[in-house]
Ligand binder design. Structure first.
Ligand code: SF4
Length: 254
């Protein structure tokens, strides 16, 4: 039994290396200003859901190609989150990957960079993926690693990292649904409460949804904790590893 210690962000795995198989390689992935007495302007924490000038999603999102979809998201003003964003966060990775990772909503770093899962949580995700032979920078298969496509349920950052509003998740959902349809992954790893609950249309907590395989758009879905949660609660990394193993086994059996 060889424990894996994943570099800069510890993620200790306890599965023997010979049980790891890579999919496709081997066998076994928001108006108002706030006043601060200090004079330092805090981030806005204004609850906005639908702007007065909201522009509904255009028709035909479910038929769009990648280029049209990405351009539509970049210009989207269908919910109030458009008012505070610096960038939309569309998604990254291999658009033909067997694995798709779906997170919640962009944070400050993601909003700045326009990429999901950056910062410390992103490093942890990358290390988790590396442990099962996946790499967001890879297209197809290279040097023993396979690509993965990573997207969020919301494409714009909720202000102050507040929780997403149900209407925001609902409004943005067709974009993610189209991404799933275009990627056609063999497995979806859903990370974090809002991603999970939005995808599965449930209010059950992650703890009750883990350990079994769900289905979305005909694609198996395994539920696990968000890397940001794991950074705060390292004791649950073992559970996250168990979830990855379940996802691996599911791909294997597909
Ligand atoms: S979060 Fe989604 S629905 Fe809301 S403005 Fe951004 S892209 Fe449009």
């Amino acid at each position: 039994m060889t424990p894996f210690v994943l570099s800069s962000v510890p993620f200790v795995l306890s599965l023997s290396k010979d049980k790891l198989h890579r999919p496709g390689i081997n066998r076994l992935s928001p108006n108002g200003a706030l006043h601060s007495p200090s004079g330092v302007q805090p981030e806005l924490h204004v609850q906005w859901a639908v702007p007065a000038e909201a522009v509904p999603l255009p028709p035909g999102v479910d038929q769009m190609d990648w280029g049209t979809l990405q351009a539509t998201v970049a210009q989207c003003r269908a919910c109030g989150l458009c008012q505070g964003r610096k960038n939309t966060v569309f998604g990254v990775g291999d658009r033909s990957a067997q694995w798709m990772v779906i997170g919640e909503a962009p944070g400050a770093n993601e909003d700045l960079q326009g990429e999901p899962f950056v910062g410390q949580a992103g490093k942890l995700l990358d290390n988790m993926l590396k442990a099962i032979g996946l790499n967001r920078a890879v297209e197809g298969e290279q040097d023993g690693q396979a690509g993965v496509y990573i997207a969020n349920t919301l494409k714009c950052r909720p202000p102050g990292n507040r929780n997403p509003e149900p209407v925001e998740l609902q409004t943005c959902a067709p974009y993610l649904a189209r991404q799933v349809a275009l990627v056609q992954p063999k497995i979806i790893l859903a990370m974090g409460r809002f991603a999970v609950q939005s995808l599965l249309q449930t209010t059950e907590p992650i703890g009750k949804l883990r350990g079994r395989v769900h289905q979305v758009q005909g694609v198996p879905v395994v539920v696990t904790y968000h890397p940001a949660y794991l950074l705060r609660n390292p004791a649950d990394k073992a559970k996250a590893w168990a979830d990855l193993v379940l996802a691996l086994q599911t791909v294997q059996q597909a």
